[in-house]
Design a protein around this ligand. Structure first.
Ligand SMILES: C[S@@+](CC[C@H](N)C(=O)[O-])C[C@H]1O[C@@H](n2cnc3c(N)ncnc32)[C@H](O)[C@@H]1O
Length: 279
């Protein structure tokens, strides 16, 4: 790819998804574009660029999606999920004991494994029988990932990553070369396509947000703005979970890091409005 074409592609993907492409991943980028070329009947990268430059929306969307990394697994980072089950969820539920409503968001959910892991944990708590409403929302920029998540069907390999034989027997049914999430678990999660750069107006009062292993692909300005917008959508005292390599330390006015170095942050209550000395 000519340097000029690479620069154009990098700008396009950054503008559309916040993702920073580096030239060191050049070979990977080319490999990822191969299925897009087949789908759009384009014979090489020169043709891709020629079609992209006048702003072909469908192609630009497909190219952007092709640059996302959808790596995930069930109960990814088991220590974190143990902590969620042991301390975090019990304390969030205690905060909401009056309303009996808990709002959880798996942002950048890839093919849904994280959201279904949360659904299994929450289902285990028997909250529905106690009259609780659980809003479990999951989203991703990738239409293909969201469609897969909604189907809830995983290959043997994917299902076995993070799940025991016992989990598979309880929460899944074996079918069509893999496992499908049981219907009552599938129905607990509302999936939708959502770009973290877009408006968060549809999200509010969230008690628990998992935004893991996506900020690492963004530049620092995009990270800061996404973390700010997540904070706006959270309930005071709500908990944000980031990936191991991610941090919200630059936002000490919005989040307090929870002890344990696990990427867990509590949303601070909004500071009291300052009375102007001039009044
Ligand atoms: C590595 S996966 C992380 C999945 C899961 N959160 C986890 O930690 O296992 C990163 C996901 O972020 C999504 N993503 C990338 N840019 C995004 C954006 N601007 N808005 C929403 N999702 C995005 C990708 O499509 C991909 O599914």
């Amino acid at each position: 790819m000519a340097p000029d074409d690479f620069a154009f592609l990098a700008r396009l993907v950054h503008r559309r998804a916040g993702i920073v492409l580096t030239e060191s991943r050049y070979a990977l980028i080319e490999r990822r574009l191969a299925p897009v070329m087949r789908r759009f009947g384009l014979k090489d990268l020169t043709q891709v660029m020629r079609e992209l430059r006048p702003g072909q929306e469908a192609l630009a969307g497909a190219v952007t999606e092709a640059m996302t990394v959808n790596e995930t697994s069930f109960f990814r980072d088991p220590e974190l999920f143990r902590r969620l089950g042991k301390d975090i969820l019990p304390s969030l539920l205690a905060n909401r004991a009056n309303e009996k409503r808990l709002r959880v968001w798996s942002a950048a959910c890839a093919a849904g494994q994280e959201a279904y892991s949360l659904a299994m944990m929450l289902n285990n708590l028997g909250l529905a029988a106690e009259g609780w409403t659980i809003d479990l929302i999951a989203s991703d920029i990738s239409a293909e990932a969201v469609a897969r998540a909604e189907r809830g069907h995983y290959s043997f390999f994917e299902a076995q990553r993070g799940l025991s034989e016992g989990d598979l027997a309880v929460w899944f049914r074996a079918e069509a070369g893999g496992y499908t999430v049981a219907e009552h678990i599938r129905r607990m999660v509302a999936f939708r396509r959502f770009n973290l750069l877009d408006s968060y107006g549809w999200l509010d009062d969230l008690d628990l947000v998992l935004c893991r292993n996506v900020l690492i692909y963004f530049d620092s300005g995009t990270k800061l703005s996404v973390l700010e917008r997540i904070a706006d959508a959270m309930a005071p005292g709500g908990v944000l979970v980031l990936g191991e390599a991610e941090t919200a330390r630059a936002h000490s006015g919005l989040y307090r890091e929870l002890p344990g170095n696990d990427g867990l942050y509590a949303r601070l209550k909004a500071p009291a409005p300052r009375l102007s000395a001039a009044v």
